[in-house]
Design a protein around this ligand. Structure first.
Ligand SMILES: Nc1ncnc2c1ncn2[C@@H]1O[C@H](COP(=O)(O)OP(=O)(O)O)[C@@H](O)[C@H]1O
Ligand code: SF4
Ligand SMILES: [Mg+2]
Length: 337
């Protein structure tokens, strides 16, 4: 939790109504065709992020975190289908055509993924790649764009930026490459940055540097950040609010402060329990056993029931819905009152 951000009452997931929402996602779902008749990998997900805030998205591998992010960016791979409402700074993107998406993606919403090489062109110098973004989206002239690219590399803490701008991606270390991707993502000062496991492939020291850098830049630009990670310790450091995903759905939502001190969903409790540095409940739950189910259709009740120590007959037959249990604190569990 960011100590400078604890200016909201516990339980408030969003600041006052006056703070404009950068991103609103309503009833988002992603389906893939499958021999069984279709596989819904994101199921009725709704959330919003206000300007300047960071939403952490946590959950084990396979819970739908990346697919949710890809849907927000209009990047769900074929033959996947996205449904629901996505509103970026008041503009509804739900029915955007494939020709309209690139403009939005480069300019208003940017992304950083786990593997920087996927975002970089291996055959193009780093500086030229950033300059290209500025030429396309900001209409800068070549020389001006080159200057700005170097400035951008300097901003993300790349030493000898003018020299490094001439390097090809493979000539940089993993940490430097991810900095370059962040420089490129932030070149057009996006309203929303979607970061999907941006530091997972990096060593701990570099990871800390990159996270600090993202926060600094966020403070400067005022962008909203959707920060996806399976690493709760990292999320507890940087998120203002958190959603916990399990099997394609949100099972708990709260401010980071509340979520990490009073987790209510057995799944969240289990996740936190696996963290020695923030786990408080050694006596309640052991590490969660089992794995995320890969198909959810056959499951009539709670999708977590097969792994939940509190599951009973009701849990196995009736699906719990996400409902408010406190101010800004929502949980989908029959056993939480
Ligand atoms: N191209 C695809 N076709 C069908 N299913 C997919 C595809 N890509 C991912 N999935 C499934 O979607 C689910 C969610 O995946 P993902 O969003 O990558 O999870 P996470 O990021 O939380 O690890 C998983 O069950 C995964 O197997
Ligand atoms: S609804 Fe039942 S099975 Fe699901 S998380 Fe709550 S107690 Fe566990
Ligand atoms: Mg993922």
């Amino acid at each position: 939790m960011r100590s400078d951000r604890l200016d909201i009452e516990p339980g408030h997931i969003s600041p006052g109504l006056s703070t404009p929402l950068a991103l609103e996602v309503e009833n988002l779902s992603v389906d893939f065709p499958s021999p069984e008749g279709g596989k819904r990998v994101v199921d009725g997900v709704s959330y919003s992020i206000a300007r300047g805030r960071t939403l952490g998205v946590v959950g084990e591998s396979g819970c739908g975190k990346s697919m949710t992010a890809l849907a927000v960016l209009g990047l769900v791979p074929a033959p996947g289908r996205t449904d629901g409402r996505i509103v970026l700074n008041g503009r509804d993107l739900s029915n955007l055509s494939s020709t309209e998406w690139p403009e939005i993606r480069g300019q208003r919403v940017a992304m950083v993924f786990q593997e920087p090489m996927t975002a970089l062109n291996p055959a193009m110098r780093i500086g030229d790649q950033i300059a290209e973004v500025l030429i396309i989206h900001e209409g800068l002239k070549k020389a001006e764009a080159r200057e700005r690219a170097i400035e951008q590399l300097r901003l993300v803490g790349i030493p000898s930026a003018a020299e490094r701008a001439k390097a090809y991606p493979h000539q940089l270390s993993g940490g430097m490459r991810q900095r370059a991707v962040i420089a490129m993502a932030l070149a057009c000062r996006p309203d929303v940055l979607v970061a999907d496991e941006p530091t997972t492939a990096l060593d701990v020291t570099i990871q800390a540097q990159i996270l600090e850098l993202m926060q600094q830049l966020q403070d400067e630009i005022g962008m909203a950040v959707q920060f996806i990670s399976h690493n709760l310790a990292v999320v507890s450091e940087i998120a203002d609010d958190v959603i916990v995903m399990y099997a394609g759905q949100i099972v708990e939502r709260a401010s980071a402060q509340v979520l990490f001190s009073q987790p209510l969903h057995p799944y969240t409790q289990g996740l936190i329990e696996t963290l020695p540095e923030i786990g408080h409940r050694q006596d309640v739950l052991p590490v969660i056993t089992g794995t995320v189910p890969s198909h959810y259709h056959g499951i009539a009740g709670c999708r977590f029931a097969g792994r939940c120590p509190k599951a009973d007959a009701t849990c196995r037959s009736i699906a719990p819905v996400l409902r408010p249990v406190g101010l800004g604190h929502d949980v989908a569990c029959h056993k939480v009152s």
